[in-house]
Design a protein around this ligand. Sequence first.
Ligand SMILES: Nc1nc2c([nH]c(=O)n2[C@H]2C[C@H](O)[C@@H](COP(=O)(O)OP(=O)(O)OP(=O)(O)O)O2)c(=O)[nH]1
Length: 145
Amino acid sequence: MTSTPRPDPAVPLPAVDGPQIVVGAAIIRHGRVLAAQRATPPAAAGRWEFPGGKVDPGETEPDALVRECVEELGVRIVVGDRLGADVTMVNGAVLRLYLAELLAGEPRALEHLEVRWLAADELDSVPWLPADAPLAAALAPHLTG
Ligand SMILES: Nc1nc2c([nH]c(=O)n2[C@H]2C[C@H](O)[C@@H](COP(=O)(O)OP(=O)(O)OP(=O)(O)O)O2)c(=O)[nH]1
């Protein structure tokens, strides 16, 4: 019988390269989702997105969302389930959306031009970044009451 050698825990595993993951938070309150209007870069300025950003090396996706929502909105959130499919963006990065709820604070546009609460029938009222449009559409059933 052959046995598979166990990796030596003292030897670091090689880094597994994958696409850069960008996480977005669909923060829902009273049947509305929080959308944020990008200020930068010029090509994306004025378009709308979900608060969030790049996941840092060694950081979990929910931790990245909590960190970004403090930085961008000045709020604490609780991260829930994933929503929708991964969206691969033109630069090869992958956008991944999570449902979230506010734990503390009132969102302010600390890094965005504006933030806005959108009801289900208002999801089409803002020009989303291209990758966000299918995710915004997937949100509609979650925006009730
Ligand atoms: N945060 C966020 N970024 C999005 C969304 N949709 C979308 O295409 N993007 C793109 C815009 C940016 O190219 C990239 C995320 O960059 P970012 O600037 O928000 O992330 P970050 O704060 O971690 O970036 P950095 O300034 O530290 O480099 O993903 C979205 O819904 N939320």
